[in-house]
Design a protein around this ligand. Structure first.
Ligand SMILES: [Zn+2]
Length: 103
């Protein structure tokens, strides 16, 4: 029951209808309905919120590591066609990164 209190404290609400699977208490949290008995409530509570801020922070990290990777590949590449591919990728990553930074 500690979990139920935690969910309510975080802004969730207890639903009147019991779980169809196990008859346990159902709660609504961030527009999701789940059962506190048979579902992994802890995981749901720990899930980072899907906000624009979180998504772009995550994306920034991915882009930076990709830029690093591609730069490394590019520095060792002799094939002109591959260089072209890498360069156009770098431009795209960089543009996206700039856009994210502008937010
Ligand atoms: Zn259940």
């Amino acid at each position: 029951m500690k979990m139920v209190a935690e969910i309510v404290r975080k802004g969730g609400s207890i639903l009147g209808e019991p779980c169809k699977v196990c008859n346990g208490i159902q709660v609504k949290f961030k527009e999701r309905v789940f059962c506190v008995v048979h579902e992994d409530v802890k995981k749901i509570l720990e899930e980072p919120e899907l906000t624009l801020e979180n998504v772009s922070a995550n994306l920034k990290e991915i882009l930076l590591s990709k830029i690093k990777e591609i730069s490394f590949l590019l520095s060792n590449e002799q094939d002109i066609e591959k260089q072209e591919k890498y360069t156009s990728l770098l431009i795209q990553y960089y543009e996206l990164l700039k856009e994210l930074k502008g937010q």
